[in-house]
Design a binder for this molecule. Structure first.
Ligand code: E4P
Length: 222
């Protein structure tokens, strides 16, 4: 299973990398623009933090096929394990076909429907990122789109991984995990909510209190 953080916040990525088996990071142009951190700096910091096994999903910003292909090649030349994110619209699918001809790893992003994801998989995408919350917000069912897409990939034996993205609550995460996906990218606040059941810390504090009342605060198993 591949667990990613959908963030460019280095301090928060460091925090969750300490306590979770984080495979890497996904970003998009909005996340990078909001963070104010340049891509080079981010990758340098993350490589130091996570190490050489980290994988980064980085989105192209060009809106032409040639521009996307050019950006994909430049990203591929960087000394990191980079998967190139390409929006799965008509231009993006044309770019994915060309980028895959160069054997560069691709994630088709901005997936809003099963049929769109299926076409991106046919074009050779290695990963698909369905936007779960954005689909829900349109009055449709994000986790159901993920489940149907996973089913279709399995039935058609397409060697493509779903990497669902865009979550606003932990229920959406659990629902796509139940659909059998083998990768996911979590915004920081959702990773936080998954760890932070309100009953946990009071339970641990009570253990401490019970122990200290009898044995004091040193560790002793005698
Ligand atoms: C990641 O690949 C997507 O770009 C991102 O998760 C979109 O999330 P949002 O809907 O919260 O912006």
């Amino acid at each position: 299973f591949e667990l990613y953080l959908d963030s460019a916040d280095i301090a928060q990525i460091a925090r969750f990398h300490d306590c979770l088996p984080v495979k890497g990071v996904t970003t998009n142009p909005s996340i990078l623009a909001k963070s104010g951190v340049g891509l080079n700096q981010l990758l340098l910091n993350l490589a130091e933090l996570i190490g050489p096994e980290a994988r980064y999903h980085v989105q192209v910003v060009s809106s032409t096929v040639d521009g996307m292909v050019e950006e994909a090649k430049r990203l591929q030349d960087l000394p990191y394990d980079i998967v190139v994110k390409v929006p799965a619209n008509e231009t993006g699918l044309a770019a994915i076909k060309k980028i895959k001809a160069d054997e560069i790893a691709v994630l088709a992003t901005a997936i809003y429907s099963v049929q769109q994801g299926f076409l991106a998989a046919l074009c050779g995408a290695d990963y698909l990122a369905p936007y779960v919350n954005r689909i829900d917000a349109m009055g449709e069912n994000g986790p159901q789109v993920v489940a149907d897409l996973q089913n279709l990939l399995d039935r058609q034996k397409l060697p493509c991984k779903l990497l669902p993205a865009s979550f606003k609550n932990t229920r959406q995460v659990l629902d796509v995990l139940s659909a059998g996906v083998s990768a996911i990218t979590l915004p920081i606040e959702i990773a936080e909510q998954m760890l932070g059941h309100p009953a946990v810390n009071p339970a641990v504090a009570q253990f401490d209190l019970d122990w200290c009342n009898v044995f004091g605060n040193q560790l002793s198993f005698e």
